[in-house]
Design a protein around this ligand. Structure first.
Ligand SMILES: Cc1cc2nc3c(=O)[nH]c(=O)nc-3n(C[C@H](O)[C@H](O)[C@H](O)COP(=O)(O)OP(=O)(O)OC[C@H]3O[C@@H](n4cnc5c(N)ncnc54)[C@H](O)[C@@H]3O)c2cc1C
Length: 468
């Protein structure tokens, strides 16, 4: 059999991971990336600096032997730390089981490591500053802004939510191509909480300090605190129609993401100057202000991002091209699953190559049929989780339900909350997690609406109802 060559468009998270999977099979990969090489250039600010990596993503990294290294660079987050308006805080664990937590990882660090790993294989070549502008679904040729035209045995598009390859499939390349793009009324802006002042004073020998604190990133070798808030949590300031979250970084800082409506009350358009911004923060996030010395600068410098859900079908043009990751199914970030789902795409695709070899059309058809219902399921759950995060986490019945779920998980090894099924069960397709999880959620919310004290609930009776 002749050696196969795959063109990959986009050297982001899924493109770089896919290159490793394919290279391990002896398939040659040429990866074309619109931006420069992030290993040599400084990243622009404001583009999701850290991400929550969970079991589905970890399972995909494990298959290429990168899970342990990536986790050694991550900060575990055991639960949601809810910041109330009065400044009080409460931790809601993600799971009642030990060992079930999510991990805050650096987007750039992860991407760079994936590219470095891919480049270790002889058959892998990256081309930067190469923006794909068109794809011919009949001939399989991809055209780039530079004038370059390339063709392999097939092409995989990992060029993200604004995919040029998908656009070519939509505009005549694939007959009856379904496409929808639904924008959220809310956008996002990234803000920053630096490491504590003590640490900043000691920055002269930063490298040694961080190396020394690898085992316990909450403290420097001399015992001084690095993080200004609880480090092992995803912090949430839920304020009903809007919210702010913060994820810890390995260097002791936090990356905050402020989610506001673009327009209207408490929206981005109302925050036009320092006074309106500070008034808004004093009313809604007063406890965060002392932690954010560059709040004004960050707010007015960093871009406001849009959030939306993209759905399309089919994901392939016969055996000529396949869309994976955000190019096929961009979702809003409220379940922390976009990257995890994209990594899972790579793992499932690799399994189908085991099954069918490089019969690309067969592999791509089956991949699309397996993944599409699951992508639709996580898209819907991610939208719903926005309302859970901004409204429900501050709601009493919801907090009782989380306490009950934690007790059920501590007591019954077979019980998994919807969040746990999505986040910690890589063996369970998203569509199954959604269907089972919604039924459980409805039942538990009904039970918790009726009681004051979760400890009075008969757990066996609840389990009977769940299983019945
Ligand atoms: C605010 C925010 C927070 C998020 N948090 C999480 C989280 O906590 N956990 C999680 O799992 N997911 C999260 N996500 C989702 C996650 O970022 C995406 O799902 C993930 O990046 C998808 O990877 P990808 O490789 O498909 O696309 P991308 O990461 O977008 O990569 C696409 C690549 O293609 C390149 N490219 C684009 N167009 C072209 C072209 N025409 N030609 C050549 N190259 C091109 C781009 O430059 C880029 O390098 C978040 C997203 C946002 C916006």
């Amino acid at each position: 059999m002749t050696k196969q060559k795959v063109i990959i468009v986009g050297a982001g998270l899924s493109g770089s991971l896919l290159a490793i999977y394919l290279a391990k099979r002896g398939i040659e990969c040429e990866i074309f990336e619109a931006r420069g090489d992030m290993r040599k250039e400084t990243m622009s600010a404001g583009r999701s600096i850290n991400l929550a990596l969970s079991n589905r993503g970890i399972a995909a990294l494990k298959e290429v032997g990168l899970d342990e290294y990536m986790l050694s660079e991550a900060v575990p987050m055991f639960g949601r730390m809810i910041h109330a308006l009065d400044g009080s805080r409460k931790l809601l664990p993600y799971s009642g089981r030990k060992g079930e937590y999510i991990n805050s990882v650096s987007r750039a660090g992860l991407n760079i490591e994936l590219m470095n790993e891919a480049e270790k294989y002889d058959g892998v070549r990256f081309y930067f500053n190469e923006k794909c502008v068109d794809f011919d679904c009949a001939s399989g040729e991809a055209e780039f802004e530079s004038g370059k035209i390339v063709k392999g045995d097939t092409l995989v598009a990992t060029d993200g939510a604004g995919s040029a390859v998908r656009s070519a499939m939509l505009h005549g390349g694939v007959p009856r191509f379904d496409f929808s793009q639904k924008w959220l009324a809310h956008g996002y802006k990234e803000l920053h909480i630096p490491p504590s002042q003590n640490c900043l004073r000691e920055r002269a020998d930063t490298t040694r300090h961080f190396r020394d604190s690898t085992e316990n990133p909450s403290a420097y070798a001399d015992g001084s605190d690095v993080f200004q808030m609880e480090k092992n949590a995803l912090h949430i300031w839920a304020r009903h129609s809007f919210m702010m979250i913060a994820l810890p970084n390995f260097d002791g800082s936090f990356t905050c993401t402020l989610f506001l409506a673009h327009k209207g009350d408490n929206g981005f358009e109302q925050l036009t100057d320092e006074i309106s911004l500070m008034n808004f923060f004093e009313t809604n996030f007063a406890d965060a202000i002392p932690l954010m010395p560059t709040l004004t600068e960050d707010f007015f410098t960093n871009p406001t991002g849009n959030l939306g859900t993209i759905k399309c079908f089919p994901w392939n043009a016969g055996g000529k091209s396949l869309l994976i990751g955000d190019s096929a199914h961009a979702v809003v970030p409220f379940y922390g699953q976009g990257m995890n789902a994209s990594f899972e795409d790579c793992r499932i695709l690799n399994g189908l190559l085991d099954k069918h070899g490089t019969h690309w059309e067969t592999v791509f058809d089956e991949f699309t049929n397996i993944r599409k219902p699951n992508a639709d399921a996580i898209a819907q759950m991610a939208e719903e989780n926005f309302y859970e995060m901004r409204d429900a986490v501050a709601d009493e019945t919801f907090q009782k339900k989380r306490a009950l779920e934690t007790k059920l998980e501590q007591t019954f090894p077979d019980y998994f909350s919807k969040y746990s099924m999505v986040t910690f069960r890589e063996d369970l397709p998203y569509a199954v997690a959604k269907q089972k999880g919604n039924a459980q959620d409805k039942l538990l919310m009904e039970i918790c609406a009726e009681i004051d004290d979760v400890s009075a609930i008969d757990l066996n009776e609840v389990m009977g109802k769940i299983n019945g």
